[in-house]
Design a protein around this ligand. Structure first.
Ligand SMILES: [Zn+2]
Length: 692
């Protein structure tokens, strides 16, 4: 799909930290846990570590200077974003919300729990919150509680004695009278024990490499399918609601449970719709049209209404505030059809938007100079909107782990006819930058010069690469004449990785083009340094990213696959990259800039051909040869080196918190932003355990 997800952010993180900062700014010593007006120089970005994840505070500095009308608009959209959170958690696994309910209650009632057990439950719960369920979002694999079921049960009982209420079956957690056959706490814990403790039960949330006897659907534990739907079942079935329905098999029949206001997730969707309606009076006219169209889609669930919404959303090109809210990305579904719920609310950052806009304004020039066959080039690249944004809140599939760039809608036909909107998440990139130490680059660079270039130019180069990826990359190219259907349908499980690879290649190809200097996007004196820093950093990443797949010898995640594929293809087909060893450590070193760029152009031509023609066998071969498999010994070495540095593999963000100020008449007179600086505080508020 076309959303540049968190892995790019990780690349940003690994390349960033230009000033050699090795630890975050010191924490404020103020007693008030919510810092209202943090001094940007003093404030805290890195809040804590949870295993291989960093917890980072996101700041929305531009919010305070917005007019009241926009603040009020954002307040309602923010509530709509929070109202749908549980949808995504439920989509991840049918038991995830029940599991969260138990964890929340224990964490909120720690009195009397054995300290070692509580510490482990806290660790697990934080990891669960960051990942929106019991699956690591990089590896798709389940993680488990490292205590015993007995110790966990004892903790739950201590929490119960301290006032915790558990939503057992036939007992929705209310203190009111319970029916006689209500499930006991012990029975609840017993029922969920395999999910909490057994890594082999529902081991992977999304897998495209099923074990023998299973297919990609039956081997994937997500809740987008229920009742044991197989790929064979799907073959003979016409889906009316591909993106926004759960496919259920019962009594040998398939049915679609549509996500809509009176369908599946009715309660959450009704709340979302209410908040969207409240937002409408404060929106610009084009945005009002988009919000009304979104509400209509939530009402009917119909594809036609989804298309109308996409069109209305793309048509809103100038509003200073925008939202993404709905069933959007398809990474969770091994088939790449079903949409995960997500929401973002953001405002445009006008200063940072300038460079990205320049690139977008010249989209046709880039299209005309693509290194692929002219018949796959668009003669008229339309409606590329590119903005740098400041995120106020991200939930569902985009929070706490967030992308750094987004390009939507995903519907290829709408993109071709109406264009798309691209955003780069400026305050997210900044928070990554400020929270990440620079030692990783040094560890994996062959020379101090390479590390120095990364420090000096890496951050700039990667932001630029992200812009190119989104604005030019995903918007470019067209299907071959006579091609029927969509490239998604043709390329199936390889589509997302191929499309992400295509967009990355376009960024890598053009970053070396003097056109960017001519446009004033890159200072002439820095061009060489920026190109080298980008190529070297991209090359190192193929090695460094292996730290995120701690088990097995295959890569599941699409962005990781595409990055692996590009670097390994270049290694096999050009002289651009050398694998070297020193003191028992492996290095991937970019040694020939021109060979790198020529290789990227050649590979891009082939990748575009595969997409335009829908050449499934070629896509499968490309990824099977270069993108999926890796040497686990090399991974173990990388993990050892990274663990020594104690660096995070990814980050989960604590979002800004909004609070309305009401006048005597109940009308909003202001909305204030504050920063919780604590994951547990925010999650217990979001989950409704502690008052917001
Ligand atoms: Zn992308």
């Amino acid at each position: 799909m076309s959303m540049k997800r968190f892995l790019t952010a990780l690349l940003v993180a690994s390349l960033a930290a230009a000033c050699g900062r090795t630890s975050p700014a010191p924490a404020s010593t103020a007693a008030d846990p919510e810092s209202r007006t943090p001094d940007p120089g003093q404030r805290k970005y890195l809040l804590e570590r949870v295993d291989d994840a960093a917890v980072v505070q996101l700041y929305a500095d531009s919010f305070n200077s917005l007019p009241l009308r926009e603040k009020t608009l954002i307040w309602h959209l923010y509530q709509a974003a929070l109202a749908g959170r549980d949808i995504y958690i439920d989509q991840k696994h049918a038991s995830a919300l029940e599991m969260r309910g138990i964890l929340d209650q224990i964490v909120a009632h720690p009195q009397g729990i054995d300290p070692a057990t509580f510490a482990e439950i806290q660790r697990y719960t934080k990891y669960f919150w960051i990942n929106n369920g019991p699956y690591n979002n990089l590896t798709a694999r389940k993680f488990v509680l490292k205590t015993t079921p007995d110790a966990f049960a004892a903790a739950a009982k201590a929490a119960q004695a301290a006032g915790a209420t558990f939503a057992t079956r036939n007992n929705e957690g209310t203190a009111s009278s319970r029916s006689g056959d209500a499930e006991s706490l012990d029975a609840l814990l017993k029922r969920l024990e395999p999910m909490f403790f057994d890594p082999n039960v529902d081991a992977s949330v999304t897998t495209k490499a099923p074990p023998p006897g299973k297919d990609i659907l039956t081997a994937s534990a997500n809740n987008l399918y229920a009742g044991g739907v197989t790929m064979n079942d799907v073959k003979g079935f016409t889906e009316k609601y591909g993106l926004n329905a759960r496919l259920v098999k019962a009594n040998g029949r398939l049915t679609e449970e549509v996500y809509k206001i009176d369908g599946r997730y009715a309660k959450e969707i009704a709340a979302i719709v209410q908040h969207l309606q409240d937002a409408i009076p404060f929106a610009t006219e084009p945005m009002q049209n988009a919000l009304r169209a979104l509400i209509q889609w939530y009402r009917t669930g119909e594809q036609g209404d989804r298309e109308k919404f996409d069109i209305a959303w793309v048509a809103d090109k100038a509003s200073p505030v925008d939202t993404i809210n709905g069933f959007i990305e398809v990474y969770l579904d091994p088939r790449g059809i079903k949409g995960s719920w997500e929401a973002l609310v953001f405002s445009i950052n006008p200063e940072k938007t300038k460079a990205i806009k320049t690139i977008g304004d010249n989209a046709q020039w880039f299209e005309d100079h693509m290194p692929y066959d002219a018949k796959y080039r668009k003669s008229d690249v339309k409606g590329i909107i590119a903005n740098a944004i400041d995120v106020i809140v991200e939930t569902g599939d985009s929070g706490p782990v967030t992308p750094v760039g987004i390009n939507l809608p995903n519907d290829q036909r709408i993109r071709e006819q109406h264009g798309s909107k691209s955003v780069s998440l400026a305050n997210v990139v900044e928070a990554y930058d400020k929270s990440t130490p620079g030692t990783m680059r040094g560890e994996f660079s062959w020379t101090p010069e390479e590390a120095g270039r990364g420090a000096k130019f890496g951050s700039f180069a990667d932001v630029l690469h992200t812009d190119m990826h989104e604005v030019i990359g995903h918007a470019s190219g067209q299907q071959a004449q006579g091609f029927k259907g969509t490239p998604q349908q043709a390329l199936k499980e390889h589509f997302s990785a191929l499309e992400e690879g295509r967009a990355d290649l376009i960024g890598l190809y053009f970053v070396a083009d003097p056109k960017l200097v001519e446009l004033g996007v890159i200072p002439a004196a820095d061009h060489d340094g920026i190109v080298l820093a980008e190529y070297e950093g991209y090359t190192r990443n193929a090695l460094v990213q292996l730290r995120r797949v701690r088990e097995g010898a295959t890569i599941a995640e699409d962005h990781m696959r595409n990055r692996q594929m590009i670097v390994r293809w270049l290694m096999a087909n050009t002289k651009a990259i050398e694998q070297r060893t020193r003191d028992g450590k492996t290095y991937l070193t970019m040694v020939d800039r021109q060979a790198f760029r020529d290789g990227v152009g050649k590979l891009l031509a082939e990748v575009q051909r595969i997409k335009s023609e829908g050449d499934y066998p070629a896509a499968a071969k490309l990824f099977d040869t270069y993108g999926v498999h890796f040497d686990p010994k090399q991974r173990d070495e990388v993990v050892g080196r990274v663990d020594k540095l104690n660096l995070p593999s990814y980050s989960g963000f604590v979002m800004p918190k909004l609070t309305p100020v009401m006048g005597a008449d109940g009308k909003i007179t202001d909305v204030t932003v504050s920063y919780p600086l604590d994951l547990t505080t925010q999650m217990l508020e979001y989950d409704g355990v502690v008052k917001r």
